[in-house]
Design a protein around this ligand. Structure first.
Ligand SMILES: NC(=O)c1ccc[n+]([C@@H]2O[C@H](COP(=O)([O-])OP(=O)(O)OC[C@H]3O[C@@H](n4cnc5c(N)ncnc54)[C@H](OP(=O)(O)O)[C@@H]3O)[C@@H](O)[C@H]2O)c1
Length: 335
């Protein structure tokens, strides 16, 4: 394998704003520090938080590069002396704190995972961000178990499409909300038992009716605002509500907390990006042991809706913000 070039192409945000601030530039190829590897990026996943970063609402943690991109897949081209795996030449996907929208990206070795056997590197780039998030929030925080029921809002999103498949594989009955008939059908094709078009139907009434008034055991919510109270209503006794975003609002004017006591609910949530490498490495270990076998046998997979060349990252963000996509949007570097 040849040494990485001195310079590479990367995406930069020229200030905070709409997709028009997305620029491509040439910059120095980064070098891995202790515990790190350099990946020649074949593809990088696009996630909603990248749009929030671009709009100036989600800066990278201190010390991290300003270059966007939370997940990559490609070939390892150099490794620090203290890294035993992966090795130069290995094909991996990796969760990164930033820097994914580039031809080369530094990743912590502990956050690299082998390319799942049936997946191309383009598909593998769509794995890390949603799989780390869903595994940690639905199974560790939400404690979803076989035989329980699960509702995910935004079922056709990158996160939602992963959550439906993993919950189904875990033996749960899965419900999803989505914003159109087509999106609902997509959720059903991924293994949801029922999908609720939230623009036409009331998800609380639908869930009550489909569960004989019992409610569901776990809800993964990315909406917040008025959904918080409604989620409490849609939960069963001992239910768990896990918050991973507030697309509507993180503030609720009036909230009746009585259901938390009466139904013995748990309300929790988390963010992934600011957590330490050590905490993320623990999630990676869980994924390797419990989820990678499912990926390797093709039981679950990322659904790639569209790919764009790196230099068309602007179009990728426009598509994501149009919400017309089903599943993942991926940038391809051409390497
Ligand atoms: N906490 C964490 O660790 C973490 C990590 C990664 C991502 N996230 C968050 O997870 C969310 C999904 O990320 P993504 O990359 O998968 O983005 P995405 O594919 O763009 O998903 C956003 C989804 O939300 C749906 N939606 C919007 N309003 C809705 C409503 N009222 N009811 C139901 N669905 C609604 C949209 O569909 P419609 O337009 O059809 O409604 C769309 O499918 C984002 O908010 C992101 O910030 C959190």
């Amino acid at each position: 394998m040849t040494a990485p070039p001195a310079t590479m192409r990367q995406i930069r945000f020229a200030g905070a704003g709409g997709p028009e601030v997305i620029k491509i530039e040439t910059a120095e190829t980064p070098r891995p520090g202790p515990g790190q590897v350099l990946i020649e990026v074949v593809a990088a996943g696009v996630n909603r938080p990248d749009c929030q970063q671009r709009a100036g609402r989600y800066p990278p943690p201190p010390g991290a590069t300003e270059i966007p991109g939370l997940e990559v897949a490609g070939r390892v081209v150099s490794v620090a002396d203290d890294v035993s795996w992966p090795k130069v030449g290995d094909e991996v996907c990796a969760l990164v704190v930033s820097g994914g929208y580039a031809e080369f990206c530094v990743a912590d070795a502990a956050l690299c995972l082998p390319r799942p056997k049936p997946l191309s590197l383009i598909e593998a780039a769509g794995v890390p961000e949603t799989y780390f998030t869903v595994y940690d929030n639905v199974f560790t925080r939400g404690r979803l178990k076989a035989g329980e029921s699960f509702l995910v809002h935004g079922g056709s999103s990158g996160i939602g499409s992963t959550a439906i498949q993993l919950a189904r594989q875990a033996g749960a009955t899965v419900y999803a909300t989505a914003g159109s008939q087509e999106k609902c059908e997509f959720c059903l094709s991924l293994g949801a038992t029922a999908a609720i078009d939230y623009r036409r139907q009331d998800f609380v009434a639908e869930i009550k009716q489909m569960t004989d008034k019992r409610g569901v055991d776990v809800i993964l919510d990315m909406i917040g605002g008025s959904y918080v109270q409604r989620n409490f209503s849609a939960l069963a006794v001992e239910g768990r509500l896990v918050q991973i975003a507030f697309q509507q609002s993180s503030k609720v004017e009036e909230l009746n907390l009585l259901p938390i006591m009466v139904k013995r609910l748990t309300y929790t949530g988390s963010t992934l990006r600011p957590r330490s490498t050590q905490l993320k490495a623990a999630i990676a270990e869980g994924l390797k042991a419990n989820i990678w076998p499912m990926l390797d046998r093709g039981a679950v997979k990322p659904l790639v809706h569209a790919t764009f060349p790196l230099e068309e990252a602007q179009k990728a963000h426009e598509l994501m913000e149009s919400s017309a996509h089903l599943g993942k949007i991926i940038l391809v570097t051409g390497r």
